[in-house]
Write a protein that binds this ligand. Structure first.
Ligand code: FES
Length: 135
């Protein structure tokens, strides 16, 4: 944690970059991390906690399951996203975390999902099932 904070100037502009670094390093933003960040940036713990709660990218507790981020926004819905989501939930069960996101920026090629940094476009029930089975 100290190493992450040392990389960022104690400016409130650094809040989101620090939170992304903490999320990437630890898989979640713990209450201890929130306290340390608040102290470093001269913010209240409530302010930091509010940002963590607002953005879906940040988790308060660790979840070691693989995650697929599935677009549930309108353009993907119009291209069969609801059916893809049903199959994703079925294939995932409790083993894989299916996280809803609202637009991945490639609407014309939907339905889309992200696994890590990799975008998967033009999904159908068979492709989403195969992707999740491979996690
Ligand atoms: S609506 Fe799904 S990528 Fe934009």
């Amino acid at each position: 944690m100290a190493e992450i904070l040392a990389r960022h100037a104690p400016s409130q502009d650094a809040l989101l970059p620090i939170l992304h670094d903490v999320q990437a390093r630890f898989g979640h933003v713990s209450i201890e991390a929130i306290h340390a960040i608040a102290l470093h940036l001269n913010l209240s713990r409530a302010e930091v906690s509010g940002v963590v709660s607002f953005y879906r990218d940040f988790r308060r507790t660790a979840d070691k399951r693989p995650t697929i981020r599935l677009c549930r926004a309108e353009a993907c819905q119009a291209r069969g996203g609801e059916r893809v989501a049903e199959h994703a939930e079925r294939a995932a069960g409790q083993r894989v975390r299916v996280e809803a996101v609202y637009c991945l920026g490639l609407c014309a090629a939907g339905p889309n999902a992200m696994i890590g940094d990799q975008l998967h476009a033009r999904l159908d029930p068979a492709r989403i099932t195969a992707l999740i089975d491979g996690l």
